[in-house]
Design a protein around this ligand. Structure first.
Ligand SMILES: [Mg+2]
Length: 377
């Protein structure tokens, strides 16, 4: 889908004019906005261009479709985003269809977050990224109304943000070395493995750098015994944890592996929403929380509370996303053990600017809401 930032911004100036007809197929900015002071929703498809072809155990791609959202209330705009990597099953069409069903103008108080987001969650099952696009825009909006960044509203210390890993996708040894050199400045790298050349991948990275490594198998291993052997080897290579080693359905084998593993075993693909945290206690050591799975910040925050109560590790991750969604996730990052918030750094056409990675560390700004601003607005 073509970039249409100008139209996105242009309409921002005429939001109070009211009614835009929803048109799922045209890519036009759409809204169910009606009369009165309620929340007004606008949305638009956008295609992220990846700097490098991205290969993980499931396959390769060069673009990621997203839908950008805006919630407008009393002349103030909150921005949100649904990122739609193909393996999660949502599409721009499904997101816009979901958004077109929402009647958000019925809500006259954006601070009634639970009421609004419980309604959004009730409209249809699934649609987690679509729901996240509303949650993020709503949190951005209320932060802007009270002129405070979200981390302050949650009582968090912005100095306690973690380092973020930078992701190295599966590739030839030469390309892996090149990408590892390009990632100089990051204090930790996340290496994708699980396609049969695991040791080659790790050795290529290790020939360039000594930084700690996170490893993401993306369900690529099938034999739990071999997986355990590999984890022992990875520990010797300075790996900190292993993410989603076995297929998500293999609950018993994963519990067996986690019990014996010398490294924490983190759930990603297996894990979506709040109830999964409780379900996976004893199966995984911790959870990789992503806003596009959790339906946004409200539920992600609850997940962290529950995971901590169960003595589980917490990681905050992301999809390939613009700085809009990544900045939202970054607001929660002082609560996480580990962060993988590099999704905006993997794209060449980010329409937003927000949280920065400075000396490898997630660095929050003092702007209100998510801290993300639309560039050239
Ligand atoms: Mg992962």
């Amino acid at each position: 889908m073509k970039i249409n930032r100008r139209k996105f911004m242009k309409t921002a100036g005429v939001t109070t004019a009211g009614i835009f007809m929803s048109n799922v197929n045209s890519g036009q900015i759409s809204s169910k906005a009606g009369k009165g002071p309620g929340l007004k929703l606008f949305y638009e498809p956008y295609e992220l261009k990846l700097i490098h072809t991205f290969t993980v155990a499931e396959g390769s791609r060069n673009t990621t479709p997203v839908v950008l959202t805006r919630l407008v209330y009393d002349g103030i705009t909150g921005y949100g985003e649904a990122s739609l990597p193909p393996y999660l099953g949502e599409t721009q069409e499904s997101v816009m269809l979901f958004l077109s069903k929402l009647q958000l103008e019925q809500f006259n108080d954006p601070f009634r977050i639970d009421e609004i987001l419980d309604y959004v969650d009730s409209v249809a099952k699934g649609n987690r990224a679509a729901k996240a696009s509303i949650d993020i825009a709503l949190h951005d909006l209320i932060g802007k109304i009270v002129k405070q960044p979200l981390y302050r509203l949650w009582g968090l210390n912005p100095d306690e943000t973690p380092y973020t890993s930078f992701t190295i996708g599966i590739d030839t040894p030469d390309m892996v070395k090149l990408k590892t050199r390009e990632a100089e400045g990051f204090k930790v790298l996340k290496v994708k493995i699980g396609r049969g050349n695991d040791k080659e991948m790790i050795n290529a990275v290790r020939s360039v750098t000594d930084v700690p490594l996170y490893v993401d198998v993306n369900q690529g291993w099938t034999d739990r015994g071999k997986a355990l052997d590999m984890i022992f080897w990875l520990k010797e290579q300075g790996v900190v944890f292993v993410e989603q080693p076995l297929p998500k359905e293999r609950i018993d084998d994963t519990a067996w592996l986690t019990q014996r593993s010398p490294l924490p075993v983190m759930a990603d693909e297996a894990f979506q929403r709040l109830h999964d945290v409780v379900r996976f206690h004893g199966v995984y050591s911790g959870v990789n929380i992503k806003l596009m799975k959790s339906t946004g910040l409200r539920e992600a925050h609850k997940m962290i509370t529950v995971a901590r109560a169960l003595d589980m590790k917490v990681m905050i991750g992301c999809m390939t996303e613009t700085s809009c969604a990544v900045s939202a996730a970054a607001q929660l990052s002082p609560l996480a053990d580990w962060a993988d918030l590099d999704g905006n750094l993997l794209i060449s056409n980010d329409p937003f600017e927000g949280m920065k990675v400075i000396n490898g560390k997630v660095t929050l700004n003092t702007r209100p809401g998510t801290g993300a601003v639309l560039l050239n607005a």
